[in-house]
Design a protein around this ligand. Structure first.
Ligand code: VG1
Ligand code: CO
Length: 548
């Protein structure tokens, strides 16, 4: 009998100094990630930090972007050299971010690697990314990613096993020199879970009655999931799924579900024959955009309205113990939570901050303004889950999305919300702006501006109620006494330059202002935000470079 043993080589190389993970993993241009030793070193730094026991099980999958396939082969080789003995990987290297979270939990894996730069463009000139998740299925905490960064800066090399390439296209089990590699159907466990959370029978009946949905997968990872769930299980016609084939360059598009990058879907929603629900998801399937006929549902409203209607969904009949939103997300959720008498937590931007709260059972629903929503069913935000929530809510209530929203606003008031982005190639200028703004905070507190007064002016500091960890400088908040709020922070997901995000919000209760367009209501606040931060002075920009 021939027993093949693992052939492990130690490769020496100089450490990289730029491997600090951002809001959600390490994101760099493909050209950076694919340079010799770069990915290998980052993965080695993760193993050095996590110190997983020998024989551990690992989950690997990605959004299918350029470099996905090769990177998976490299990660398997480094993992094998670092004691991993079982690898679970999605067929064709695909796993949506929420499905990966689920698979990690289901298979009790010691860790998971998710290869994605989310909504960032792909292809040889695009972006690549890698994030790693813990056995809970959630992203590693800020403390762990910082420890990985420190380890990466001191690395003297990495260990790699010589293994034949794994055939990722065929579902099944292979033994590679004692490493058990299982290629799984990426949609199976996820589709099964969704059927336990939602009333598929009611949705099928609603669809049979002539209602229609349109889902734009934007050539990201959700295409196969959408086909399985919407077409195979719910009986929607196949053309309900647009751009359903995952492509390495996302067809040259930004796989970002927002009204600008998914403009085609918005145009469809304005046509007289619009579907009843139109939705899109991003490259890795954790974001969602929800539209109805002639109606755009803002993400902050979406999570608030979900909380108000949760008991209509089979998986959530008993409600949730609490809810949470990232700090810049509109406070629409707080108003609903207050009425329900449950706590609403405010966390820094990035899904990883929700994970402790979810794991401790303190919350059961959470969301971000950046088109992210999810519940305790996984430890990542979940695009298709959010779409199913809305399809189920429409089927259960037999009212249009617009009608549901109008009624919600009549009861709770409306939180007009907008995010303005200012991109500058000059990172130093963006940092100087934030520093100057921080320095003006003491003088802004209590300041009268027109008929309103600034009640709070601070730099958001988070104290995690579960593990007691502290996260400082998470965004500058100006809270006014008239229901308005301005938040400023720098993006942590870009791969070049800097993006200043300015979040504008105004809670209004009178029907006339409720009915106005958010862009109009928030125009004066946007001007004020630009003035207070002296955006033009620091960046030379007189208007946002992007607006959602
Ligand atoms: C952005 C969003 C944030 C989101 C993050 C990851 O981060 O603002 O809310 O969690 O992207 O989303 P930033 O630092 O650029 O503002 V995804 O879909 O990339 O995993
Ligand atoms: Co994403």
């Amino acid at each position: 009998m021939i027993v093949s043993t693992l052939d492990i080589t130690h490769i020496s190389c100089a450490p990289f100094q730029d491997q600090r993970p951002g809001t959600a993993g390490l994101r760099k241009k493909v050209s950076v990630f694919s340079q010799p030793h770069y990915l290998e070193c980052f993965v080695q730094a993760i193993f050095d930090t996590l110190k997983l026991p020998d024989g551990s099980r690992l989950v690997i999958g990605g959004d299918g972007r350029y470099h996905n396939y090769d990177a998976i082969q490299t990660i398997i080789r480094i993992a094998a050299a670092n004691g991993i003995r079982e690898v679970i990987v999605g067929q064709n290297g695909l796993l949506s971010t929420p499905a990966a979270s689920l698979v990690i939990r289901k298979y009790s894996a010691a860790a998971g690697f998710i290869l994605t730069a989310s909504h960032n463009p792909g292809g040889p000139d695009g972006d690549f990314g890698l994030k790693f998740n813990t056995p809970t299925g959630g992203q590693a905490t800020e403390q762990v990613t910082e420890a990985v960064f420190r380890a990466s800066q001191q690395l003297s090399g990495y260990r790699i096993a010589s293994l034949a390439a794994t055939d990722l296209n065929r579902i099944g089990v292979t033994d590679l020199c004692g490493i058990h590699v299982e290629v799984i159907d990426p949609t199976a466990a996820y589709a099964t879970l969704m059927q336990t959370l939602f009333d598929f029978r009611a949705i099928r009946a609603w669809l049979k009655a002539g209602h229609r949905i349109r889902f734009d997968a934007m050539h990201g990872v959700t295409g196969p999931y959408a086909h399985r769930i919407f077409v195979d299980l719910l009986g929607c016609p196949p053309d309900s799924v647009l751009r359903g084939e995952p492509l390495p360059d996302f067809g040259g598009l930004h796989p970002d579900p927002n009204p600008i990058d998914a403009a085609e879907l918005v145009a469809e929603s304005l046509r007289p024959d619009s579907a009843d629900l139109l939705a899109a998801s991003d490259g890795d399937g954790d974001r969602n955009m929800i539209l109805g006929p002639d109606f755009f549902l803002s993400p902050g409203d979406s999570v608030a309205m979900m909380l108000a209607s949760l008991p209509l969904l089979p998986g959530y009949r008993g409600g949730v113990p609490g809810a949470a939103r990232s700090m810049p997300t509109s406070r629409a959720l707080d108003v609903v939570a207050a009425e329900l008498g449950i706590p609403c937590y405010e966390t820094p931007t990035g899904w990883r901050f929700f994970c402790n709260l979810l794991e401790a059972g303190l919350i059961g629903l959470c969301g971000e303004e950046s088109f992210g929503t999810s519940s305790a069913h996984v430890r990542e935000k979940d695009g298709l889950w959010a779409v199913l929530v809305w399809i189920n809510l429409l089927a259960a209530q037999n009212r249009s999305l617009k009608e549901i929203a109008s009624e919600h606003w009549r009861h709770y008031g409306r939180h007009h919300f907008q995010r303005q982005d200012y991109f500058t190639a000059d990172t130093a200028a963006a940092n100087a702006l934030v520093k100057a703004l921080r320095d003006t905070l003491p003088g802004l507190s209590g300041k009268k501006i027109g008929s309103a007064q600034i009640e709070t002016a601070d730099d958001f500091h988070y104290h995690d109620p579960v593990d007691g960890s502290e996260s400082a400088h998470q965004g500058i908040r100006l809270v006014f006494n008239n229901g308005a709020r301005i938040v400023y922070r720098l993006s942590g997901t870009g791969t070049s330059g800097a993006t200043l995000r300015v979040y504008l919000e105004h809670h209004v209760r009178d029907q006339a202002t409720i009915d106005q367009a958010s862009a109009k209501v928030l125009q004066p606040l946007g001007r004020l935000a630009a003035e207070l931060a002296r955006i033009s002075h620091f960046t030379g920009l007189d208007a946002p470079t992007g607006q959602i």
